[in-house]
Design a binder for this molecule. Structure first.
Ligand SMILES: *[C@@H]1O[C@H](CO)[C@@H](O)[C@H](O)[C@H]1NC(C)=O
Ligand SMILES: *[C@@H]1O[C@H](CO)[C@@H](O)[C@H](O)[C@H]1NC(C)=O
Ligand SMILES: *[C@@H]1O[C@H](CO)[C@@H](O)[C@H](O)[C@H]1NC(C)=O
Ligand SMILES: *[C@@H]1O[C@H](CO)[C@@H](O)[C@H](O)[C@H]1NC(C)=O
Ligand SMILES: *[C@@H]1O[C@H](CO)[C@@H](O)[C@H](O)[C@H]1NC(C)=O
Ligand SMILES: *[C@@H]1O[C@H](CO)[C@@H](O)[C@H](O)[C@H]1NC(C)=O
Ligand SMILES: *[C@@H]1O[C@H](CO)[C@@H](O)[C@H](O)[C@H]1NC(C)=O
Ligand SMILES: *[C@@H]1O[C@H](CO)[C@@H](O)[C@H](O)[C@H]1NC(C)=O
Length: 439
């Protein structure tokens, strides 16, 4: 016999529908902060976390809004949970003050702290993870003063597999065509399939509900890291504050363009309270040119992605810090009135194709700050010019043919520009313009 839902279950259902509209505006805008993974991988400890927090403060990044200091994988005792409480145990060698003591040092700087787990039996690096322990872990995180949870997708048992496979248009995955379709996908879902009923969704909803149950004690931003599986853009907004849309980033130009291209085609799921996550920033890492660093940051910012720095802030060169500190791009990303991201208004060198090497090049978006944003991107491997024609830009067309233009990188007022503006761009560089109608 089916029992009638209890009042508590009903309440939870009602609450879940709005679960990610968290108190105090937490998760309404893309998260800004830092995470240990791209800088240190598994080699993380309390000193590195507290150093990063101090650097966020002393570099002025904190004043610009970067607030989360996130510990990624490898923070706990690997062999297992506490045998009495079933809680995950912070590694006493690498985190001698515990996660709570580390949290206190981060909070004392006026910053927030994030932690990491997986919707599986182990994390990606093989540490205890939260599947089946969601309530205990949410309570533990709340007790420690955690403000942000990155929740990964590794090591779940096969009984949690999805009934169907979803097409993930990541060129990194097998069976994906250059145009982002998956004709060779085995066992595809029937047309119109509701992925919010999937087992993947259930695994991630279980932690959402556990976090909701400790919300009176601690408001924790919920960042899903399930790599774009199970069509997460279609249901992520009911589950988390952000959701990864692809596999992992790395500090290579090919990977950055592939991810930018994918996310550029999925931006209808981005608005207040829920953001596509094209993965953390590689600014400062690898052998990317300064132009590539600039393009990566600017594209991530205008797509209203979480901007999570992933480099060692004690050695970052000023040239790269300057990129991360661009106040206009941050203002666009954090607009309090307009939740939608910039969108491509024209494709560019890719000639209209879905192309992991050549993402869309012509972008525009509105702000509530009295200017519109226009971004011109040269995806080619050689210097080239790109021209913004006012009449092609949705936010501008039908208005005056003269606009005042300011260069976001130099802050230079380029004056009143008639009809169109042409930027000479090095390979892989971007021009970012503030365009206003006041001429
Ligand atoms: C934060 O940075 C500012 C500016 O560099 C500095 O004056 C202040 O002492 C720092 N705060 C802490 C707690 O270190
Ligand atoms: C962290 O938790 C431990 C164990 O409960 C406790 O002894 C310690 O005082 C706590 N530290 C802080 C800074 O709250
Ligand atoms: C979830 O997993 C169970 C057990 O493996 C399976 O029978 C079921 O079809 C799956 N459900 C969905 C919606 O994929
Ligand atoms: C994508 O490419 C494949 C083969 O390369 C082709 O069969 C398919 O029709 C294309 N789909 C779209 C939507 O362009
Ligand atoms: C970056 O990621 C791509 C796609 O996953 C992979 O093929 C490549 O080897 C990676 N490069 C580095 C340097 O990690
Ligand atoms: C996500 O949910 C929030 C809160 O209900 C809503 O404001 C926002 O518009 C939703 N996003 C999209 C893309 O519908
Ligand atoms: C950077 O370049 C050096 C020297 O060419 C190479 O050894 C290294 O693997 C490169 N690093 C990345 C992340 O591509
Ligand atoms: C787009 O078309 C132009 C002109 O034919 C060509 O030079 C360019 O290589 C094409 N781009 C791509 C990505 O194929």
């Amino acid at each position: 016999m089916l029992s009638r839902p209890t009042a508590a279950a009903l309440l939870l259902t009602l609450r879940s529908a709005n679960a990610l509209v968290l108190p105090d505006g937490v998760g309404r805008l893309p998260a800004l902060g830092w995470n240990s993974w791209n800088a240190y991988g598994c080699d993380v400890d309390e000193t590195k976390i507290v150093t990063a927090a101090n650097k966020l403060n002393s570099t002025g990044l904190k004043d610009l809004g970067y607030q989360y200091v996130n510990i990624d994988d490898c923070w706990s005792v690997k062999s297992g949970r506490d045998s009495v409480t079933n809680r995950i145990i912070p590694n006493p060698d690498t985190f001698p003050s515990g996660i709570n003591g580390t949290a206190q040092q981060v909070h004392d700087l006026g910053l927030k702290i994030g932690i990491y787990s997986s919707a599986g039996y182990q994390t990606c690096a093989g540490y205890p993870a939260s599947l089946g322990y969601e309530t205990i872990d949410a309570q533990t995180f709340a007790d420690w003063g955690i403000d942000y949870l990155k929740y990964d997708n590794c090591n779940y048992p096969s009984e949690w597999d999805d009934q169907y496979n979803a097409c993930i248009p990541d060129s990194d995955y097998p069976g994906v065509n250059p145009n982002g379709t998956c004709p060779d996908l085995t066992n595809p879902a029937p047309a119109g399939y509701d992925w919010s009923m999937s087992n993947t969704t259930k695994r991630f909803n279980a932690m959402r509900d556990a976090l909701a149950s400790v919300q009176d004690q601690r408001v924790i931003l919920y960042s899903l890291c399930e790599w774009g599986n199970a069509d997460v853009p279609s249901w992520g907004n009911g589950t988390g504050n952000s959701w990864r849309v692809t596999g992992d980033i790395n500090a290579t130009w090919d990977r950055i363009t592939a991810i930018a291209n994918m996310n550029a085609h999925e931006l209808s799921s981005v608005d207040f309270w829920g953001h596509n996550d094209p993965d953390m920033l590689e600014v400062g890492n690898g052998n990317l040119t300064i132009e590539e660093n600039r393009a990566h940051f600017a594209l991530w910012a205008i797509m209203k992605s979480p901007l999570i720095i992933g480099t060692d802030l004690s050695t970052i060169p000023d040239t790269h810090l300057f990129i991360l500190k661009n106040a206009d791009l941050i203002a666009f990303n954090q607009d309090p009135i307009i939740g939608k991201p910039a969108l491509p208004y024209k494709d560019g060198y890719n000639n209209g194709t879905y192309n992991p090497h050549y993402p869309p090049e012509y972008w525009s978006g509105a702000t509530s700050h009295g200017w519109n944003l226009v971004l011109l991107f040269n995806s080619e491997n050689v210097a080239a010019s790109r021209t913004a024609v006012w009449s092609e830009i949705p936010q501008l067309s039908g208005h005056d043919s003269k606009y005042r233009v300011e260069d976001v990188w130099t802050g230079k007022d380029l004056g009143c520009v008639h009809k169109e503006y042409t930027a000479q761009l090095e390979a892989h560089d971007v021009a970012v313009l503030k365009v206003t109608g006041t001429c």
